[in-house]
Write a protein that binds this ligand. Structure first.
Ligand code: GLA
Length: 380
């Protein structure tokens, strides 16, 4: 190396250090573990930090398989944490709305907490008015998962697994679930879900991260621009159970086929928006093929951050944090007000076990449940 080149590199490194431009520090891809706390019944849980070598970093706890933080750069290279959550483990033990958690066995609602499978009626906890929501009273979001750091060359990967016993939360079958989180060199958080059962059951797994691309706690998300590649959605009744119809988004405030500010129509006088208190609806994704397909693209104008959502799932619950009300104080003591984040829950349609025309959520012995979702971050 010539002296001049060496000098230039050294100078560059110094200015980066002084200006703090490269924060968080560049690292080789990998996973680090540290203790995070103890559950009420004394189980220790850990916090895993995944880094991808570009400075992007995600932390995940094996309690609920929860994404605790996700740091991505803005258009100037400045990093911010773009998901809601808590600095310490205690926050996750309180009454909180599934921040970052893995949701199962059944993401979204099952009407009246009931479904019939193979002639047998199963009863679930009615934890959302009369309906069952997000797996019941102690869903996958409140379970301690086994964690394994996965050796991988170019990416940081964490494997979580959990065995849900036959009858847990009212669902049939011993269900073995594996969720792989990986952070790729392309600034993608990739989630691979897999499961098997020993008895016919129903299953709908998702992740419940709350995003704010301006940074967590930076006000509402109404100026984010959202594109959802869906021609139809599943209209709901006043309890957010689908009517069974697949309705065209054309001419409705749910038409996001062209990128539109989330807040542009959110308070329109529309029955669906009233039922959801904003957006809280499942979109029928326009799938070009059977594999991983682009479902949505969100941009935040002030930071330039872009998030794309790709999935193998047929549906996407777009929820605009309508139930957040400022009572929760999250990371850095930030107040999480109404609509201060949005969720992109890739999934099968709500209440599918009671909707014969919806894609099936039944899993049988010998079958392998498999699903992948990617949250890809960039800037513009
Ligand atoms: C989902 C539901 C919402 C709400 C949140 C959690 O996104 O669709 O109605 O229950 O979870 O608060």
């Amino acid at each position: 190396m010539t002296f001049r080149l060496f000098y230039a590199i050294a100078l560059g490194m110094m200015s980066v250090a002084v200006l703090g431009l490269a924060e968080p520090a560049q690292e080789t891809p990998g996973v680090k573990r540290m203790p995070f706390g103890k559950t009420k019944d004394g189980h220790p849980v850990d916090l895993y930090t995944l880094t991808n070598g570009n400075g992007m970093e995600v932390t995940i706890t094996n309690y609920g398989g929860t994404v605790v933080s996700l740091k991505t750069p803005d258009r100037k290279g400045k990093f911010a944490d773009v998901v809601l959550g808590f600095d310490t483990f205690d926050g996750y033990l309180g009454n909180e709305p599934y921040f970052g958690a893995l949701i199962g066995r059944y993401g979204n609602r099952i009407a009246k907490g009931r479904f019939t499978l193979d002639g047998h009626e199963y009863h679930l906890a009615q934890n959302d008015n009369a309906n069952s929501l997000h797996g019941g009273l102690k869903g996958f979001d409140k379970r301690v998962w086994s964690a394994k750091e996965m050796p991988a060359k170019d990416l940081a990967a964490l494997q979580l697994s959990y065995v849900s016993k036959d009858g847990e939360e009212g669902y049939p079958g011993n269900l073995s679930v594996t969720v792989n989180y990986s952070l790729t060199p392309n600034n993608e958080l990739k989630i691979d879900y897999a499961a098997t059962t020993d008895k016919d059951t129903v299953l709908n797994l998702t992740n419940h991260s709350y995003f704010n691309l301006a940074g967590q706690g930076q006000g509402d998300i109404l100026t984010h621009r959202m594109m959802i590649d869906a021609d139809r959605f599943t209209p709901v009744d006043s309890t957010l159970i689908p009517t069974g119809e697949l309705k065209s988004v054309a001419g409705t405030p749910l038409d996001f086929r062209k990128a539109t500010a989330i807040g542009a129509r959110i308070d329109q006088n529309d029955e669906q928006l009233k039922f959801g208190k904003g957006y809280d609806h499942n979109f029928v994704l326009h799938r070009q093929n059977g594999g991983l397909t682009m479902a949505a693209r969100v941009t935040e104008p002030s930071s330039g951050r872009v998030m794309e959502v790709l999935t193998t799932e047929p549906g996407l619950q777009f929820y605009t944090g309508n139930f957040l009300d400022g009572t929760i104080h999250g990371k850095g003591a930030k107040v999480y007000g109404r609509r201060s984040a949005f969720c992109m829950e890739t999934q099968h349609f709500p209440d599918s076990p009671n909707q014969p025309k919806f894609p099936s959520t039944v899993l049988k012995p010998g079958q392998q449940y498999q699903s992948t979702t990617v949250y890809r971050f960039s800037v513009e």
